[in-house]
Design a protein around this ligand. Sequence first.
Ligand SMILES: NC(=O)c1ccc[n+]([C@@H]2O[C@H](COP(=O)([O-])OP(=O)(O)OC[C@H]3O[C@@H](n4cnc5c(N)ncnc54)[C@H](OP(=O)(O)O)[C@@H]3O)[C@@H](O)[C@H]2O)c1
Length: 276
Amino acid sequence: MKKIAFIGGGTMGTALASAACRGNDPQDVVVTDIVREKAQKLAADLGCAAVDTNSQAVEAAKYVVFCVKPQFLDSVLREVKDTFAACAARGEKKVIVSIVAGIEAAHYVEMLELEGKPVSVIRTLPNTACLIGKGFILIEQGDTFTDEEEAEFRELLKEAGGFDSLPASMFTAGCVLTSTSPAFIAMFANSLADAGVYNGLLRPQARKLALQGILCATQLFLSSDRHLEAYKDDVCSPAGPAMIGVKSLEDSGFRSSVINAVVDAYKRFAEMKNVK
Ligand SMILES: NC(=O)c1ccc[n+]([C@@H]2O[C@H](COP(=O)([O-])OP(=O)(O)OC[C@H]3O[C@@H](n4cnc5c(N)ncnc54)[C@H](OP(=O)(O)O)[C@@H]3O)[C@@H](O)[C@H]2O)c1
């Protein structure tokens, strides 16, 4: 039996399967995708196995990670329902891992009709940086899995990056920060680079220096619990360029734009379970 299966070999399936293969014997990992060639290519790249159907993936491994878009999840669950039932009838314990935004653990049990059967569900939210081992996986605390299963899951994906767990009441708020920020930061970084080009840098230089600025600042911020705005004050000398730039950002509503983006994303997360 393989240790972990990934259903869906897109952005997140690729990121997580890559991490699993870095941290384990790739022979313990299996991938599948609706496009067979995509799964075969991913498996060839990672040295793991590919199977042709989602049911075969469920059969193959103890941990089954659903990596499809929310609107396709229910059709995949209907497809694999009989396989889960057959495994449960044999007393074979499966651990479902959800990474699907907005979908609660109970949804899997309900759709698969596994109430009272030997199955656990770990609801998580990873981010795209898991591809290079610099990601972050949030786990929703709950009674749908055991401490041992959480530890085993963390061990299987230890090469994805960091982990944290949050109570259910805070899980969505945490997910919004870790999973949407790559989009916002990409926009911010590219805007910095655009400005660098406007001021005369070549595009590759501007890109590198903008990202370096973000990286250096982030590492410094993470080094203590100091208030983030104190670091802004360190850079803003009287009538200096940074302070003038801070005023320009505020004139354009920088803080409220960012806050509104995160608040709107949070609302959308709450709606995701209805996206079918
Ligand atoms: N991207 C992120 O930043 C992120 C972060 C955290 C969580 N998530 C969650 O991760 C999940 C996957 O997102 P993603 O960005 O990886 O999506 P994606 O790139 O579209 O990957 C999904 C993969 O699943 C395949 N697929 C579609 N229907 C399938 C089926 N019936 N059986 C097997 N495979 C099927 C897709 O094939 P086709 O391309 O041919 O349709 C695609 O290769 C989503 O639920 C999302 O909420 C995403």
